[in-house]
Design a protein around this ligand. Structure first.
Ligand code: OXD
Ligand code: MN
Length: 611
């Protein structure tokens, strides 16, 4: 017997409003689950669902002494990352999705989804998950309800969002909420056994920006299934933000405090997926004089505050970070954060019930169970953890979480960084010439592709404007226009933009910059620019530090090495601008005049460098 409207009403908390009940009943009638539960976010619920998943084989409980209350899940090899080719923006007009999104007609997509979701939850429990993105009740926060047939999703949402009764209480007060429907797309016939990672070969990750709806079918993984994250907090939120005069960005947020004066600076930074945002967010400065605190590692929602400055909140409550490469060496704070109450997905399992991945501290174990669930030895020749394997951890457990990370009004942003993985061309740091140049810097971000999406060739260079390519819910060129408008509105108060690149290599393929904690030196220069303590030198891509101003104490970087970090090959940059111009051309007339002007100015600077 599938769930009836009466069952919905019986399962719902007493204060669930009529519009919620009607919507849930409608989805239940469509998807015909066997049972329904409203998630309350309690510890009892977490304990029950995690135990249920241990029994059903979805979760492996990790060693209670080493990683209390931690679990490992292994997905199917066909469901290990976001699927950009199956991600759709269903705006009424195709041009509003723009050439960088996959567009689908909303009416046609609704018809397809109706067919896909019909009976999709048969044999499963439907979970109704109310959640808040951002501190509960905060002026920048937003509410949503995810319906999902995956207990794995419910437990991840409990870490990644403020999930449960407290969010429902706000919805019951009449606050607006975003409906999000998710199914793994594997109905179970009577007596049919479930598998440890149900998912459908056919996937649809769909967004309806005009009605603020999200429908996701066929995947149980990360950004495809935890709908508060990429689907809501970036794709839908970016369209809301444009309508309402704020910004939803793929950015970390950190606080830098100068120990001598107590002055605080807040920096946000956009990098394409899996380019070290979590590492930068939790940076341990190698130079004296600064304390870093983490506000967020992936998404920033920013709004003008009463004083005319730009204020940012982290809409998430957890970190969904890439595991490989994370160690006490590269990111000790992340390692400390994941000591308990965490979910690991597609990492390897040690013989003593702990987790392991490539790049973690210590010797490579002689034996592991790899992410496929098979025996693994160093001779296996395969990676034991999937390159996009993840940890889901509560942000509050981060030892350097900022005391204001849940401040409802957010933190005032002083500087915005754009970066990518660039082995060549892009200098260590460059400051914008003027606000529109800052937007040009964001618009021309390109990066070597990582493993965060399944369907993009890793290693190739791709344009990823503002690191938002897979996440902008509307036409990318209109988004640049929105940035220019926000800059106009805030004037002098709009934070200065910097382009950074930690990944430059020399002609022999050696890294030119040590990265990680040493990136504090770049932040130090940016702070000293903000306070007016240092000057910058005009260059082709922007304004650079003077060698003598930049803190290189204790690093083996002489002037010749420094020159390589900032070397500009005018021919290479000419070629890069040709490529950028070609990239912009796909947006036609929508490219703002100010951005075309910046391209022309860039070419003039190249010409001057050649002369
Ligand atoms: C992420 C991503 O998972 O950007 O954060 O892909
Ligand atoms: Mn991300």
């Amino acid at each position: 017997m599938s769930v009836t409207e009466q069952d919905v009403r019986a399962a719902a908390p007493a204060n669930a409003p009529e519009d919620v009940l009607n919507w849930v009943a409608e989805i239940a009638a469509l998807t015909t689950p066997d049972a329904i539960e409203f998630a309350d976010g309690s510890q009892e619920e977490w304990d029950r669902l995690t135990s249920l998943m241990v029994e059903s084989g979805v979760f492996t409980r990790l060693n209670e002494e080493k990683r209390p209350n931690c679990f490992l899940a292994r997905s199917l090899p066909s469901d290990v990352a976001r699927v950009e080719s199956r991600t759709f923006i269903c705006s009424e007009k195709e041009e509003d999705a723009g050439p960088t999104n996959h567009w689908a007609d909303p009416v046609e997509m609704k018809a397809t989804l109706k067919e896909k979701f019909t009976g999709a939850m048969k044999g499963r429990t439907m979970y109704v998950v109310p959640f808040s993105m951002g501190p509960l009740g905060g002026p920048i926060s937003q509410l949503g309800i995810e319906i999902s047939d995956s207990p794995y999703v419910v437990c991840n949402m409990r870490i990644m969002t403020r999930m449960g009764q407290a969010a429902m209480d706000l919805i019951a007060e009449g606050k607006p909420w975003v409906p999000a429907v998710h199914s793994v797309g594997v109905p179970l016939e009577e007596g049919q056994e479930d598998t440890a990672w149900p998912c459908n070969e056919e996937k649809y990750i769909t967004h309806f920006p005009e009605t603020n709806e999200i429908w996701s079918f066929g995947s149980g993984y990360g950004g495809n299934a935890l709908l508060g994250k990429k689907c809501f907090a970036l794709r839908i939120a970016s369209t809301m933000a444009r309508r309402d005069g704020w910004m939803a960005e793929h950015m970390l947020i950190l606080r830098l405090t100068r120990e001598t004066t107590g002055q605080q600076f807040h920096v946000t930074a956009a990098f394409p997926s899996a380019c070290g945002k979590t590492n930068l967010a939790m940076l341990q400065p190698t130079i004296p004089g600064y304390t870093v605190e983490t506000v967020g590692d992936d998404i920033a929602w920013m709004r003008p505050g009463p004083d005319g400055r730009l204020y940012a909140i982290n809409p998430e409550a957890g970190f969904f970070g890439v595991a490989p490469g994370t160690s006490y060496d590269t990111n000790p704070m992340a390692m400390e954060t994941m000591k308990a109450n965490s979910i690991f997905t597609n990492v390897a399992l040690t013989d003593d019930g702990d987790v392991w991945w490539e790049g973690i501290d210590g010797d490579v174990p002689a034996h592991l169970i790899d992410w496929h669930g098979n025996d693994w030895t160093p001779e296996s020749g395969e990676k034991a953890a999937h390159p996009n394997s993840r940890f889901t951890v509560p942000a509050a457990q981060c030892p350097i979480i900022c005391s204001d990370w849940e401040a409802p009004q957010g933190v005032a942003v002083d500087a915005i960084l754009f970066g990518g993985r660039r082995a060549t061309n892009v200098p260590l740091v460059a400051e914008q010439y003027e606000p529109a140049h800052g937007v040009f810097i964001g618009a021309s971000v390109a990066s070597e592709v990582t493993a965060a999406a399944t369907d993009v060739k890793a290693g190739s260079l791709r344009h990823d404007p503002f690191a938002m390519l897979p996440f902008c819910g509307y036409n990318m060129a209109d988004y640049w226009g929105h940035w220019l408008e926000m800059q106009d509105k805030l004037g002098e108060n709009f934070p200065k933009v910097y382009q950074v690149n930690w990944f430059r290599k020399d002609e022999d393929g050696n890294w030119l910059w040590p990265g990680y904690g040493e990136n504090s030196r770049v932040l130090d220069w940016i702070v000293r620019r903000a306070t007016g303590e240092v000057e910058a030198i005009d260059g082709v891509t922007g304004r650079y530090p003077k060698f003598e101003d930049f803190n290189l104490d204790g690093l083996d970087i002489d002037e010749a090495h420094w020159a390589k970090l900032f070397a500009i090959d005018p021919d290479a940059w000419s070629a890069e601008m040709d490529d950028t111009e070609e990239y912009f051309a796909q947006f036609g007339d929508k490219v703002p005049a100010a951005i075309r002007e910046q391209l022309a100015k860039f070419r003039e600077r190249i010409a001057a460098a050649k002369a």
